[in-house]
Design a protein around this ligand. Sequence first.
Ligand code: PMV
Length: 354
Amino acid sequence: MGGAQGVVGTATYEAPPNIALVKYWGARDAALVLPYNSSVSVSLAGMRSRTRVRFDTALREDRVALDGSPAVGGPRASVVAMLDLVRAEAGLTARAEVVSANNFPTASGLASSASGFAALAGAASAAAGLRLTARALSRLARRGSGSASRSIFGGFVLWRAGARPDGSDCYARPLRDEGHWPALRDVVALIADAPRKSVRSAAAMQASVRTSPGYARRLEELPARLGAIVRAIERRDASRLFPAVMEECDSFRGVCETTTPPLDYLTAASRAVLAEVRAINRDAGEPIAAYTHDAGAHVHVFTLARHRAEVRRRLRALPGVRATLVVRPGPGARRVDRPAASVRRAAGARRRAR
Ligand code: PMV
């Protein structure tokens, strides 16, 4: 730690976005971000948020830069709220400089809030000198954005809803790591002219809880569907996973559409992708692909490596699909500014053991 004046600590983290196979949609406690239901996701390779945090007693206020521009309004406030949680836990008063950038378009429906808050939670807690377990880090990231709790881990991840009012049992844990299912692919159909989100997910989902007549039934159906999805992941069983993933996506979309006022995240081109995936499965005579989407217009289409070229060809042929990305399950959040530190510690431990 630094002296009375100056830099208290600096750390840089990277974290991936994730795509939910079972959606988080609705909080039993919106302030603590405690969901009604457990959710399941896949962390995505090749895409990341990279965030550097420096706590410095010489700073008069928090400085936040997102993708090269100073953050203002809501985005700045939610970063400062995360810094405040870390300061309270560490007993710090120093202000911070936060510099964060994504290697994919922000607010595009590719879940930049999940990767962004996971990277911020990691960097801020490390810079403040907190040594959090992955579970504690997941709980902290959750406070920035629920889905960020899952981006702490790589591969296939379960965020358990928990039951305690204080959220201590509400965190994500890895189900299977990123190497578990080497053949699985996510073909992301990037939709041309995808609209920017007008309502934050956190507010939109609470409107669904209050007003969608289908919300209660969705919650009743979820434990069985979640169990089927987890089992299919464990067994690498695409023929069971893919229909369940589409059923879950349809349930999520149904709740959104029956919310007052209705939430419609898709464009005509997104809907054409859903229809094409149904056609691909009809033509194949078995489920070889599964669509899912979050609160945005882009559509993730899961398939297996042997069908990847065909799925991609058919999606690219649709007008309104600007491009496709082929993504695999990827690693979770990690500290990237001190790659030598763990090596040094390991070397020290070996010396001591001699
Ligand atoms: O974590 P939030 O507040 O951005 O909400 C995530 C909502 C969905 O992306 C639609 C579902 C999910 O579980 O990721």
